[in-house]
Design a protein around this ligand. Structure first.
Ligand code: ZN
Length: 377
């Protein structure tokens, strides 16, 4: 079961599907949301709470962990699973996105990428092979290829170069990965922006190399939603149906439903956790900014329809008070709620696909209680 993907149900009206993804540390039911634990911790939560919330898999970042405490240090402490004491599935991002978005002085050459650490300016040269070696030391269940993409908008020529280079890097990385026996999975990342020919070329190149799963990279960086959905439709037609598909870094509920309808299985995003710490909370009636003075004497729970610990026990007035005082409990309780909200939507998505009611659920969540908008009062 270390590398399996079994489709268990299909929505007759779209490409939405449920599946069971097998990894070396257990199974993940998809469509699945991966809470982000870049440094090996979902900010504000213990692993025990994460498990109670029903998180099946979390995402760590190879870029951050390789800078501190270092891949060798993590390996000596039992890999990420041992180091952070999480025995369920883990996915590591290669760090490409962080390098291109966080590091000063990035220079991409054919051999790899040269950049300065965002921490202390140390110069680092990272090759696609290094990204494999680092993630092998981290021992995560799913490791990602090092990819490269220019900021949006990019000309077709620039995007073509990035897509082709990402493809050559993918081939080199796969060769390095294949050189050792491993229970880890290795997933490729397609580039090509929103240029249909380039995206198709990127996907075809990855499929020729052959990966355990396929990700869409370089999206959600400013392109119009309609173009994004076209890319996913195109990918749906091209990608093998018996391998998992992962839309990286995108987490608006509306986008998640549209992506699931186009055959996407895996998601990650900092949105629920980061928003929670900023006091922006998702509810079944819309988004709430808990710092708003109108909640100062509000004895109601955050969301009447929510069964999480926060909503079962505390008032909006108390949550506002904690936020205003800068109490750590504010981040904890808000994160519990927002992650519960996300993981619960994914449970409902899976159930709806299995009971032939995905389009009904999609319509009801996206229309009458638009979760992206401010709460209706
Ligand atoms: Zn709640």
């Amino acid at each position: 079961m270390t590398k399996s993907f079994t489709v268990t149900a299909r929505d007759p009206a779209s490409s939405a599907r449920t599946a069971v993804l097998g990894t070396a540390h257990g199974v993940v039911e998809t469509p699945a949301f991966m809470p982000v634990a870049s440094q090996g911790s979902v900010k504000g939560l213990t692993h025990a709470v994460l498990e109670e919330l029903g998180a099946q898999i979390i995402l760590v970042n190879a870029y951050h962990l390789s800078l501190r405490p270092g891949a060798d240090a993590v390996a000596a402490l039992g890999g990420v699973h041992g180091f952070i004491s999480w025995q369920k599935p883990l996915l590591s991002d290669s760090g490409g996105f962080q390098i291109f978005s966080m590091s000063p002085l990035v220079k991409v050459v054919e051999e790899g990428v040269r950049f300065s650490s965002h921490l202390d300016g140390t110069k680092i040269f990272l090759t696609p092979e290094d990204a494999v070696d680092i993630q092998a030391k981290l021992g995560t269940d799913i490791m990602m290829c090092l990819d490269y993409f220019p900021p949006y908008p990019a000309t077709e020529t620039t995007m073509r170069e990035a897509m082709e280079r990402t493809g050559r890097w993918a081939a080199r990385a796969k060769k390095r990965f294949d050189a050792r026996e491993s229970l880890q999975q290795f997933w490729g990342i397609s580039q090509g922006g929103v240029y249909p020919d380039l995206r198709a070329g990127g996907i075809a190149g990855l499929m020729e190399i052959g990966f355990d799963g396929y990700a869409y990279g370089g999206l959600g960086i400013g392109e119009p939603k309609s173009r994004l959905f076209e890319v996913l439709e195109q990918g749906d037609a091209l990608l093998p149906v018996d391998k998992p598909r992962y839309l990286m870094g995108m987490g608006y509920i509306e986008d998640i439903f549209e992506a699931v309808a186009r055959g996407v299985d895996m998601f990650d995003c900092v949105l629920p956790t980061r928003n929670a710490r900023n006091g922006s909370l998702f509810t079944s009636r819309g988004r709430i900014s808990i710092k708003n003075v109108k909640y100062a004497a509000d004895a109601n729970p955050l969301d009447e329809a929510c069964s999480c610990y926060t909503c079962r026990n505390f008032s909006r007035a108390y949550l506002r008070h904690l936020f205003e005082r800068g109490e750590i409990a504010s981040a904890v309780l808000n994160t519990i709620h927002n992650l519960h909200f996300y993981l619960d939507i994914f449970r409902r998505i899976r159930h709806s696909i299995q009971s032939n009611s995905f389009s009904l659920l999609k319509k009801s969540i996206l229309s009458d209680s638009n979760v992206e908008k401010e709460e209706k009062t």
